[in-house]
Ligand binder design. Structure first.
Ligand code: 1GP
Length: 251
């Protein structure tokens, strides 16, 4: 297992450079449409593909990653909704601990089951504190994880949670309002969390416009994840990527 992707993230953070990840849910994929997304992602210099969803009910995972690998050099990072969503074909995996919740299976239980597989696998394992933030609508991840999100106006709870995650040794934080959230994570919360921890901060959920993506990176996000909005309008990749990459924060 090498540490290429994490090292790259740390270096970018050090330089104040921002990254853009396009989330592809294998369940929602029609391979015809993916070709267009892949071409746009190449043209727009997308940094990563995140691959995952809360429910994966088909066997598209391997097929999707194979197709990405054949057509682009963009790294594929697994963003698994559960421990069955694993594939050796990806480059890395976000090894998520749902630290905003109090469900022991998602804090450590599933990790124990997946650990022997991951230890043997060629995947780069990036331990990540996953923080679900209330996005104004019940999301699949809330239902499936059986956890309550952090209230959107409780910046201090988010900050304390992220600090705890960092002190426990998690290498990244991911603040997520959940796929298709009405309200994305507020900038004030991103600002407070990013000021409190040194590890890279990933932010996603309900980001629909380049303006919001830009506001998030200005507030301190290091990686922006967009899924739904791009599924609806793949061309959005171009403007999203330009907006995110145009920001360079001082460090
Ligand atoms: C969800 O952060 C991701 O886990 C992306 O959310 O699909 O709403 O962009 P969207």
């Amino acid at each position: 297992m090498d540490h290429t992707i994490y090292t790259d993230l740390l270096q970018a953070k050090k330089k104040g450079q921002k990254k853009f990840a396009v989330l592809i849910d294998p369940d929602k994929v029609r391979l015809g449409k993916v070709d267009k997304v892949l071409q746009l992602a190449k043209d727009a210099n997308v940094d990563y593909f995140f691959i995952g969803g809360s429910l994966i009910v088909n066997d598209m995972l391997d097929l999707l990653i194979k197709s990405i690998k054949e057509n682009t050099n963009i790294p594929c990072i697994l963003f698994p909704g559960n421990s069955y969503q694993l594939s050796y074909k990806a480059d890395a995996i976000l090894f998520l601990s749902l630290i905003s919740g109090r469900n022991p299976e998602l804090l450590i239980g599933n990790h124990v089951l997946a650990a022997p597989y991951l230890k043997m696998s060629p995947l780069e394992v990036i331990s990540t504190g996953y923080m679900l933030v209330d996005g104004g609508v019940p999301t699949t991840v809330q239902y499936i994880s059986n956890t309550r999100p952090i209230p959107a106006n409780k910046d201090d709870i988010a900050m304390s949670t992220a600090i705890a995650g960092e002190l426990l040794g998690l290498k990244c934080m991911y603040m997520d309002a959940g796929s298709g959230a009405n309200n994305p994570v507020p900038e004030s919360m991103i600002d407070m969390v990013s000021s409190a921890v040194n590890v890279p901060l990933i932010v996603g959920g309900g980001i629909r416009t380049p303006e919001k993506a830009m506001a998030n990176v200005k507030a301190g996000a290091d990686v922006i994840v967009v899924g739904n909005a791009i599924e609806k309008d793949p061309e959005l990749i171009i403007d999203m990527s330009a907006a995110i990459h145009s920001v360079k924060t001082s460090v």
